[in-house]
Design a protein around this ligand. Structure first.
Ligand code: MN
Length: 255
């Protein structure tokens, strides 16, 4: 199995390094990841300056071929598949992100966007995040993804144009109560911007805000994480509203 690993926290982030150490034992592992943190860059790509991919070596995994790229997570996957890797990977894994990627937040996520880019290129992909931000311990999330990657690629397969968004709760292996297949929930923030004054008396804004707990059913990713379960959500990038499209079928729009 040939695996491409990437992330949005930067190539030296612990969550990615834990994946590298685990996957190098079971698969031909390549890493193409941003040279610095690119969280919340969404699906941005670089068009107005050159991209450079610097080959690097991990001391703990010298056999893994790795490139550090001065671009976004989506750039990394595009560049890896279309220019750097000798052959297409069997699976692309993006993560392990430091912090959750749940509900509507997936639209801002660099982690999820890297996996979406892989899906656009026709490759099976998984985005994986650990919901604990302050003191993340990645080992069990890496073990779970490794197990899942094997059974998924060997047995089930992911339908084309689709990726799996996995969130692992930070509660620790002993407290985890299982795995839920979920749909995306909603995440909203209260007082999103903090208004401050700079030393020259000018106003500036800083995005922060606290999360509003919205419960819109117990089958969402948000609800699963609350119950200390691993959440697996199949996502596709077709944003078409197919229900409305069908209902509008008889609508005559004249030129
Ligand atoms: Mn991140």
């Amino acid at each position: 199995m040939r695996i491409l690993l990437t992330n949005d926290d930067g190539i030296y982030a612990e969550g990615l390094q834990v994946l590298v150490r685990r996957f190098q034992q079971v698969a031909e592992t390549f890493v193409v990841a941003p040279d610095h943190e690119q969280s919340a860059t969404g699906h941005a790509i670089t068009m107005h300056r050159p991209l450079r991919a610097e080959k690097i070596k991990f001391l703990h995994s010298p056999k893994v071929l790795a490139w550090s790229v001065n671009g976004t997570p989506a750039d990394c996957v595009k560049l890896a598949v279309e220019a750097i890797l000798p052959e297409k990977p069997d699976l692309v894994i993006s993560g392990i992100n430091r912090g959750a990627n749940l509900g509507t937040d997936v639209l801002y996520s660099g982690t999820v966007s890297a996996a979406i880019e892989a899906a656009i290129l026709g490759l099976p992909a998984i985005a994986v995040s650990l919901t604990e931000y302050k003191e993340p311990v990645y080992d069990y999330a890496a073990e779970f993804i490794c197990k899942m990657a094997r059974s998924l690629t060997l047995e089930k397969g992911i339908s084309p144009g689709t990726l799996l968004n996995v969130n692992v709760p930070g509660c620790g292996r002993e407290s985890m109560s299982g795995v839920s297949l979920t749909r995306l929930g909603v995440r909203q923030y209260r007082n999103a911007f903090e208004r401050r004054t700079d030393p020259r008396g000018r106003t500036y804004y800083w995005l922060a805000g606290e999360l509003i707990e919205t419960m819109d059913g117990d089958d969402t990713d948000v609800a699963a994480i609350k119950r200390c379960r691993i959440s697996v959500t199949p996502i596709h990038f077709d944003l078409t509203n197919h229900d409305l499209l069908a209902r509008l079928k008889d609508w005559k729009i004249e030129l």
